[in-house]
Design a protein around this ligand. Structure first.
Ligand SMILES: NC(=O)c1ccc[n+]([C@@H]2O[C@H](COP(=O)([O-])OP(=O)(O)OC[C@H]3O[C@@H](n4cnc5c(N)ncnc54)[C@H](O)[C@@H]3O)[C@@H](O)[C@H]2O)c1
Length: 275
């Protein structure tokens, strides 16, 4: 069920990073933020231009696209200067960026290419630091702003096929805490949403993704959370209703993180033994 808008983000302006195509979590976030009255710039890496799609989202959300590589400080400074000229200062930032280069190229965790590993950490985690830093140094961030980054429980527990991305998400969640402390004096908050496996371009780039998805589905009392529900949760974190929540990793996973094993999984394993 798609909720209708309640004006939760009326008057708020921001930047949403990472919408690539209709299956992207950031795409659903942009639609939900727009529905709630928020207005924003869309940003993605210049290489994403040729993959197409983003114009459609920009049209339907009345937004502008500003291309910026989130690992490039000059691109980010230019983006925030641009945002300032459109909006004055921004009230929210959504970081929905990730890429595991070794994972994509099937390099095992015990045999990482370290140049790729550093690139993975830069794209998937340090980019959050770069973005917040650029927003502060360009004086583009409003007091009381809210920042949300997307994470995965592989930051906290070992999901073997998630490999280097587990390290990247652990760093991302640590940056959320470390920066959160520093931003608190301006009433700015920053949180990570730890989202269920979701069928997206980044998700399906992980070998064994289907198994992780099925496992999540069988384990979670509510089933896996989809991108649309993640978008609604993001809206709540960008809204003033959650103004005292900061520096948290918040699980949006249908209950997965509180489970040990479920009856559905036990039964499927018993079934495997019987067959
Ligand atoms: N799909 C899942 O199962 C899942 C689960 C939990 C968390 N997440 C996280 O959600 C976020 C969004 O991923 P998604 O699943 O929607 O996939 P996606 O592939 O649609 O989004 C990832 C985005 O990162 C962008 N990106 C990559 N390199 C960049 C760079 N240098 N500069 C700027 N942007 C860059 C891509 O262009 C893309 O838009 C990621 O942080 C991902 O790790 C995904």
């Amino acid at each position: 069920m798609t909720p209708t808008g309640n004006g939760l983000l009326q008057g708020k302006k921001g930047i949403i990073f990472g919408a690539l195509n209709e299956s992207s979590i950031a795409w659903a976030v942009a639609e939900a933020v727009y529905r709630e009255g928020g207005r924003f710039l869309l940003s993605n890496a210049p290489v994403a231009k040729r993959l197409g799609g983003l114009d459609e989202l920009a049209d339907k959300t009345e937004s502008r696209i500003v291309w910026a590589d989130a690992t490039n400080d000059d691109d980010l400074a230019a983006l925030f200067e641009d945002a300032k000229s459109s909006f004055g200062t921004v009230d929210f930032i959504v970081h929905s960026i990730g890429m595991g280069i070794n994972v994509r190229k099937d390099r095992e965790y015990t045999d990482l290419n370290y140049d790729w590993y550093l690139k993975t950490l830069d794209i998937s985690a340090i980019s959050l630091h770069r973005i917040v830093h650029a927003a502060e140094t360009t004086e583009a961030l409003s007091d009381g702003a809210s920042i949300v980054a997307m994470s995965y429980i592989g930051a906290q527990r070992v999901f073997t096929k998630y490999s280097e991305m587990g390290d990247a998400k652990a760093l991302l969640e640590s940056i959320v805490r470390s920066y959160g402390y520093r931003l608190g004096k301006r009433g700015i908050r920053i949180n990570a949403i730890s989202q269920s496996p979701t069928r997206t371009t980044a998700g399906s780039g992980i070998t064994g993704f289907d198994a992780m998805f099925e496992f999540g589905e069988k384990m979670s009392p509510l089933g896996n959370a989809d991108a649309a529900s993640c978008a609604d949760y993001t809206v709540s974190l960008l809204s003033d209703l959650t103004r005292m929540v900061t520096m948290q990793t918040l699980y949006h996973d249908g209950g997965f993180s509180a489970m040990g094993i479920s009856t559905a999984l036990v039964e499927s394993m018993v079934g495997m033994q019987d067959s």
